[in-house]
Design a protein around this ligand. Structure first.
Ligand SMILES: Cc1cc2nc3c(=O)[nH]c(=O)nc-3n(C[C@H](O)[C@H](O)[C@H](O)COP(=O)(O)OP(=O)(O)OC[C@H]3O[C@@H](n4cnc5c(N)ncnc54)[C@H](O)[C@@H]3O)c2cc1C
Length: 432
């Protein structure tokens, strides 16, 4: 499926390039400003196509989420972004340059003339500004300085930016002038994508939450700074969710309404209850400890491919550190009865092991193996040597890892060193 998506996206790009190049001719290229204008047209078409692909990747298309996984889709979205923004920027610069050469005007006079004579270009300029704002705030160093919500709101404005830029594409783009079929194709593509996003990101969640009517049932402390939140609702039985998946959670209480954050279920649904277990690291996650029973809860999901559906072996090793135990705990419950299970939990102190008793009893019921590695990072390291000792047949296992980034990377590297094939190593990251 991953290959198929990549091939489809690439085929679309080739088609767009062919379409853009088909309107170029020797005479136009040879005239004043011909080359910059041609570059401007090709970069516009390909850049906006890439923007469309980026939007589709985060549109929460259910089949795409199920087969590729949200974290990978977000990684792709991020990997494409610099190309898309660079191409659109190249378009802006080369079109201004091209027309100023063609009409023998200064670049600034040309820009002014565009703004005052072409309202579509004025709104496209505003759209371009919004796009640049999203791009700059997504640069790692800038993003680390701002709250997630600020970054998210700025990102939301890119939808407005894309909308503002659309009309100038079809009304002033040479590839569209006199080509009604190209206009129809491009309009269907963009409007279709916009409607799909409205439907999937607004319509579906609103309808589902109306059915679920979730409310906070209780909040329980599990470990220092870690709380389990149980919510209750209706029609939970109808939720098609696998152990290891996560939802986006929004709590309808003062100050939290604007926050929507991902948390994995820490147990399979027990209708009418759902449970998540959350470590307080920032505004929203810390506020969960103080939620009052009865608070209305709004969820989006389930998302994620960190589930037993990814297994291809009968032997399964589950490795967790810290609050990374949540999807592992739910998956342990959901694995097929025939799976041979090994569970390895990493924590600094015994009291930091979240849901330890539940994990032990689930492993015992499956006659599996359970290890707790306790101690500081310097004392206890889950390297290839330790992993090989704990699970001698590790190469014949599917291995699922969830924990802090450094820990996860270390375990993944250890598993690979011990001969676990790439396709059998699965990991979940708690940051996108
Ligand atoms: C797929 C997934 C599953 C997760 N499951 C759990 C879980 O079961 N239990 C748990 O305690 N934590 C989980 N997390 C982490 C949790 O989402 C963050 O700790 C939480 O969002 C922090 O929000 P905050 O407002 O408290 O802190 P902030 O200060 O806003 O954020 C702290 C950091 O968390 C990350 N983050 C914040 N919001 C989001 C978001 N909406 N999407 C992606 N990353 C974000 C950012 O990297 C940010 O730097 C999960 C994360 C992901 C991506």
């Amino acid at each position: 499926m991953v290959r198929l998506c990549q091939v489809a996206a690439l085929a679309g790009l080739v088609m767009v390039l062919v379409l853009a190049l088909s309107v170029e001719g020797h005479a136009a290229l040879a005239s004043a400003g011909g080359w910059p204008l041609a570059i401007g047209r090709v970069s516009a078409f390909s850049g906006s196509y890439l923007l469309l692909v980026m939007v589709i990747l985060t549109a929460r298309l259910p089949w795409l989420e199920r087969s590729v996984g949200q974290d990978r889709l977000v990684r792709w979205h991020r990997a494409i972004a610099p190309y898309a923004v660079s191409l659109v920027s190249l378009h802006v610069l080369s079109v201004i340059l091209g027309y100023s050469q063609m009409l023998h005007r200064s670049v600034f006079t040309m820009l002014w003339s565009f703004w005052v004579n072409y309202p579509d270009i004025l709104s496209a300029t505003v759209g371009f500004g919004l796009l640049l704002m999203a791009a700059f705030t997504s640069i790692r160093i800038a993003r680390s300085q701002m709250k997630y919500e600020t970054w998210w709101v700025v990102h939301l404005y890119t939808y407005l930016g894309l909308g503002l830029a659309f009309m100038h594409q079809i009304r002033t783009g040479v590839m569209f002038l006199g080509h009604p079929h190209t206009i129809q194709f491009w309009t269907v593509l963009w409007v279709g994508t916009g409607l799909t996003i409205l439907f999937l990101r607004l319509g579906v969640p609103l309808v589902r939450n109306q059915q679920y009517r979730l409310r906070v049932a209780s909040v329980t402390q599990e470990a220092p700074n870690v709380y389990s939140l149980t919510v209750t609702g209706k029609n939970i039985k109808k939720m098609a969710v696998s152990g290891g998946q996560f939802f986006q959670w929004r709590f309808m209480s003062k100050g939290l309404f604007w926050h929507s954050h991902p948390y994995s279920l820490s147990a399979l649904p027990r209708p009418p209850f759902l449970r998540v277990t959350v470590k307080g690291v920032g505004d929203q996650s810390s506020a969960i400890a103080h939620l009052k029973p009865g608070t209305r809860v709004f969820v989006e999901g389930p998302y994620g491919v960190f589930t037993h559906h990814a297994t291809s072996m009968n032997n399964v090793t589950l490795v967790a550190a810290g609050v990374g135990i949540t999807p592992i705990r739910a998956m342990l419950e959901d694995l097929p009865a025939a799976s041979n299970v090994t569970v390895i939990i990493r924590a600094t102190r015994p009291e930091d092991v979240v849901h330890g008793a539940e994990m032990r009893s689930l492993v015992t019921a499956r006659e599996g193996r359970y290890f707790e590695l306790l101690g500081s990072r310097d004392e206890v390291n889950l390297d290839a040597h330790t992993l090989g000792q704990l699970v001698p047949d590790i190469a014949a296992n599917d291995i699922f890892v969830c924990g802090p980034a450094g820990f996860t990377e270390g375990v993944v590297a250890a598993a690979r060193r011990l001969g676990v094939p790439h396709a059998h190593v699965h990991h979940e990251s708690f940051t996108f």
